[in-house]
Ligand binder design. Structure first.
Ligand code: NAD
Length: 437
């Protein structure tokens, strides 16, 4: 099949490359000339494990193309995917749909023959109806169907998630569109991937419900962590004890500094907005948003507490800046709350992140970027682990201790064991675990 992917960001590029790998002919379109020029040289705009090889092999085999002008690709496409950004609208938290609607207008002017227009971007309920209205208004003659097909990939494991998803959700009432979508995803039949066909509005809501539930689960365990600290219990054991219950499940029960990233913060906010607009408020999610915001802000206080509430003139080494490992994505990362709060308390921040420093430098210009964890720690008064990159899991703790001015570690991801760190003479602060647990 022939696919045009409008928007070559995280989702567009990964989905486009994977569809090409399934055997379809895909053109990834983006307005960003620099991005497209670099992709022509096989330089990836994002850090995602395995993506450069996947792109290179499909380009070489003549199935994957990049363009700034999508006209040709859209004209000949069986399916045109919209994978542009839907950030939070400044001020009110609504999803900003201007990129989606602009893409719909561009597509309307170009489609020929029966074309399925697929919304891969995360969009509020009713957006598909509006896309259909826009296209119909510009092209009363056009033969098309608008389908919702939300994406569930996780950054850092995006290719595997796309190729081996838990499920594919397709929202459409059109039988012809259903056949096109089934053909696009046919390679997944090998793994017996469930494809859930629903109405379009239901599909749009499934994406928000999924992200809101996961954000709520993280926030739940974070609050349990606070309670564990108050009562002298261990949140990791609580998580294990409840997670083994199949009704609960063990995933997304890792206490930490609060969720961030390109999806949960904006999607929870957008769901709250939609629900309010429809007169059916989602109070659990409203609370999740508020608790998580407060948590991210409170994390700097933990660091301050570990240094007896005096950060003035102190140097803090921060390990990890991205919102999670294996990505260079800095969108809504907890570091964007924690680092400025440390600076505001008078500290100097030295930081290292394996992949995120280029992105981070634009958002956090007032810190010292280092070449590795040991350089960051040198002469610092405390080290803070903010992202659980693998390379931070087995640090040479004797070396870290020798390099620090004071042996203080604030581990906001619980990657070390309190007893082990205390045995080495560290003052060790983690999340939801009693000292020497
Ligand atoms: P992104 O910001 O990385 O990419 C969007 C791209 O679209 C940009 O490169 C931009 O230049 C391009 N663009 C915008 N308007 C365009 C137009 N008219 N024509 C061509 N290109 C255009 O965004 P992303 O992270 O890939 O997210 C895209 C959507 O997918 C969002 O709705 C997001 O919520 C959703 N999503 C993201 C993830 C994720 O992990 N990043 C996961 C699931 C769903």
């Amino acid at each position: 099949m022939r696919v045009a992917m409008i928007g070559t960001g995280y989702v567009g590029l990964v989905s486009g490359a994977c569809f090409a790998d399934f055997g379809h002919v895909v053109t990834c379109v983006d307005k960003d000339q620099v991005k497209i020029d670099r992709l022509h040289q096989n330089i990836m705009p994002i850090y995602e494990p395995g993506l450069d090889d996947l792109v290179a092999s499909n380009v070489k085999d003549g199935r994957l193309f990049f363009a700034t002008d999508g006209s040709e690709a859209i004209r000949h496409a069986d399916a045109v995917f919209i994978a542009v950004g839907t950030p939070s609208r400044r001020g009110d938290g609504h999803a900003d749909l201007s990129y989606v609607y602009a893409a719909a207008e561009e597509i309307a002017d170009l489609i020929e023959g029966f074309t399925v227009i697929v919304t891969k971007s995360t969009v509020p309920v009713g957006t598909g109806d509006e896309i259909e209205r826009i296209i119909r208004a510009r092209r009363p003659d056009a033969d098309f169907a608008v389908v919702s097909n939300p994406e569930f990939l996780r950054e850092g494991a995006a290719i595997d998630d796309f190729k081996r998803p838990d499920r594919v959700v397709v929202g459409t009432d059109s039988e012809r569109a259903r056949l096109v979508m089934s053909e696009l995803y046919r390679p997944l039949n090998l793994n017996e991937t469930p494809v859930v066909f629903t109405g379009r509005r239901t599909s749009e809501l499934i994406k928000y419900a999924a992200n809101a539930f996961l954000a709520m689960k993280i926030t739940f365990i974070n609050e349990m962590a606070d309670l564990c600290e108050a009562v002298g219990a261990d949140v990791q054991q609580v998580a294990k004890g409840i997670g083994l219950d199949n009704r609960i499940g063990s995933k997304f029960l890792h206490a930490g500094p609060g969720y961030g990233g390109s999806c949960f913060p904006k999607d929870t906010l957008a769901l709250v907005r939609t629900a309010t607009d429809f007169g059916s408020p989602v109070r659990l999610i409203e609370t999740t948003v508020a608790v998580n915001d407060a948590r991210k802000k409170a994390m700097a206080e933990r660091v301050s507490q570990a240094l007896d509430h005096d950060l003035q003139g102190k140097t803090i080494a921060v390990l990890g800046l991205t919102f999670k490992p294996n990505t260079d994505d800095m969108r809504d990362a907890p570091s964007l709350d924690v680092v400025p709060a440390l600076l505001a308390k008078g500290a100097t921040v030295k930081a290292f992140d394996p992949e995120g420093m280029k992105e981070a430098a634009q958002l956090l210009p007032d810190i010292i970027y280092c070449d590795g964890p040991y350089q960051a720690v040198e002469q610092a008064d405390a080290v803070v682990i903010l992202t659980e990159w693998d390379q931070f899991r087995a640090l040479d703790l004797d070396r870290i201790k020798a390099l620090l001015q004071q042996p203080v570690m604030v581990d906001l991801r619980n990657i070390y064991k309190p007893a082990a760190l205390e045995a080495k003479g560290f003052r060790y602060v983690s999340i939801g675990r009693p000292a020497s647990a």
